[in-house]
Design a protein around this ligand. Structure first.
Ligand SMILES: *Cc1c(COP(=O)(O)O)cnc(C)c1O
Length: 364
C-alpha cells in the first residue's frame, strides 16, 4: 500500500497539469455528441465557511448545480442538454417523460421542451400516496403546468416505461413524433451531462488551486453518479465520490450506478475500465421511503438555510445533506481537507411540502 501511494501524484485529483490535460481530452471526446445549450455553465463552486466552522470537520464547498438556470435549475438540466439534442436529431416534436409527483426532472424537461418549441407530456407516479393539496398541485407540478406540459397521473407502482410507450403509440397515431426520456434522464446519453460536470469541476478546482478530497451528492435514478464515476475515471481522478441514496437499498443503488457508468463509458467510446469499488453509495438516510420527509433532512435543510442562506429540497438534496452532516460528525471524512457537496437543486419541491417544516408563524 505504502509503495503504491508514493507512486500516486499527490495532486492527482484536482490540481495537476496531467489532470487538466486529461480534462481537455475528455472535452474533445464529449464534443462528438450533439448537445443543446440549456444551462448556465460552469456553475459556481463556493465555500460554505459558516457551516464548516460549525461542524469543525473538513472545509466544505458547494458546487452550485442548483444554479443551472433552467426553470429554477437543478441537475437534470445537464442531462437534458444531451437528451434534447438527441430528440432533435430524431426529428421529435413531442417529449414524453415520467417521475414522481414532485419530480424536478419533469419540471426541467417541461422547461427544456418549451425552450426548444416542442410539446411535452409528463406522467407523474404517485409514489407517496399523499393527498395534500400542495403536494399534488403546487411546487414542481405548478411549474410543469406553467411550462405548458400536459400532466397526467399514474398510480404508485405502475410500470412507467410501459405507460410512456403506450402514450407514445397514441401520439404517433395522431401524427406526432414523440421521444421518450427515461425517469431522471438517466441513460448513457443523459449521463454525459455529468461526465461533462466531472470535467468542469476538476478544471474549476484546478484553476482555484483547490485540492478536492471528496465529492458527495444525492443519488436516485443513478445518472448523476454514473456520469461522475465515468468522467472521473476518464480523468483518472482519485477523488472520493459518495452518493447518498434517496430510495433504493445500498446494494441495488450501487449496482444501478455501476451498470450505468459502464454503459456510459461504452457510449462515450472511452477505453477506461471501472470496478464496482469505484461506486460508493450510503443509503442510511432514506427514512420511511422515497419522498417521505425525515427529521434529519428537516434539520439539515433548516441548518443550511440559516447558516449559508442556501435552499435544498426535501426529497434529494436535503437527505444528501443529512448524510453529509452526519458522516462529518461520525468522522467519515477525518484526514480530508476539502469536501465538495454537489447541490443537485430541487428547492421548487419545498412548496409541495410546506408542512414538513415546523416553522414559527408571524410575530405580532
Ligand atoms: C433527480 C435528482 C437527484 C438525483 O439524481 P439522479 O441522477 O436521479 O441520481 C438529486 N437531486 C435532485 C434535486 C434531483 O432532482
Amino acid at each position: 500500500m505504502a509503495v503504491t501511494e508514493t507512486l500516486v501524484d499527490p495532486h492527482e485529483n484536482g490540481t495537476s497539469d496531467l489532470a487538466v490535460s486529461r480534462c481537455k481530452d475528455l472535452a474533445i471526446q464529449l464534443a462528438e455528441f450533439p448537445r443543446v445549450s440549456l444551462g448556465h455553465l460552469p456553475t459556481p463552486l463556493e465555500p460554505m465557511d459558516r457551516l464548516s466552522a460549525l461542524l469543525g470537520g473538513p472545509r466544505l464547498w458547494v458546487k452550485r448545480d442548483d444554479c443551472t438556470g433552467l426553470s429554477s435549475g437543478g441537475n437534470k438540466t445537464r442531462k437534458l442538454e444531451y437528451l434534447m439534442a438527441d430528440a432533435q436529431k430524431h426529428g421529435a416534436d413531442t417529449i414524453i417523460t415520467q417521475g414522481a409527483t414532485q419530480s424536478n426532472h419533469a419540471r426541467q424537461t417541461a422547461a427544456a421542451a418549451a425552450r426548444l418549441g416542442m410539446g411535452c407530456h409528463v406522467l407523474l407516479e404517485d409514489r407517496t400516496g399523499s393527498n395534500d393539496e400542495n403536494y399534488i398541485m403546487n411546487g414542481n407540478v405548478l411549474l410543469d403546468r406553467l411550462h405548458g406540459a400536459t400532466v397526467s397521473k399514474r398510480g404508485g407502482g405502475s410500470d412507467m416505461n410501459v405507460e410512456m410507450e403506450t402514450l407514445a403509440g397514441t401520439l404517433r397515431g395522431e401524427g406526432k413524433t414523440p421521444y421518450i426520456i427515461p425517469g431522471g434522464g438517466s441513460n448513457p446519453i443523459g449521463a454525459l451531462g455529468y461526465v461533462n460536470c466531472a470535467r468542469e469541476l476538476v478544471e474549476q478546482a484546478s484553476a482555484m488551486g483547490l485540492h478536492m478530497d471528496a465529492l458527495v451528492h444525492a443519488t436516485g435514478s443513478a445518472g448523476t453518479q454514473a456520469g461522475l464515476v465515468a468522467g472521473l475515471a476518464a480523468i483518472k481522478s482519485d477523488i472520493h465520490l459518495l452518493g447518498i441514496g434517496v430510495r433504493a437499498p445500498r446494494e441495488k443503488q450501487e449496482a444501478m450506478v455501476y451498470d450505468l457508468a459502464r454503459r456510459t463509458l461504452e457510449h462515450l467510446g472511452a477505453p477506461v475500465d471501472i470496478t464496482p469499488s469505484d461506486v460508493r453509495a450510503n443509503c442510511d438516510y432514506v427514512g420511511a421511503g422515497y419522498g417521505v420527509p425525515t427529521e434529519g433532512m428537516v434539520a439539515a435543510l433548516k441548518l443550511l438555510a440559516e447558516t449559508e442562506g442556501l435552499l435544498f429540497d426535501p426529497v434529494y438534496s436535503g437527505k444528501g445533506l443529512d448524510g453529509l452532516i452526519d458522516l462529518i460528525r461520525k468522522g467519515y471524512f477525518d484526514g480530508m481537507s476539502n469536501v465538495v457537496f454537489l447541490h443537485t437543486g430541487g428547492s421548487a419541491a419545498l412548496f409541495g411540502y410546506p408542512d414538513a417544516f415546523d416553522l414559527p408563524g408571524y410575530v405580532t
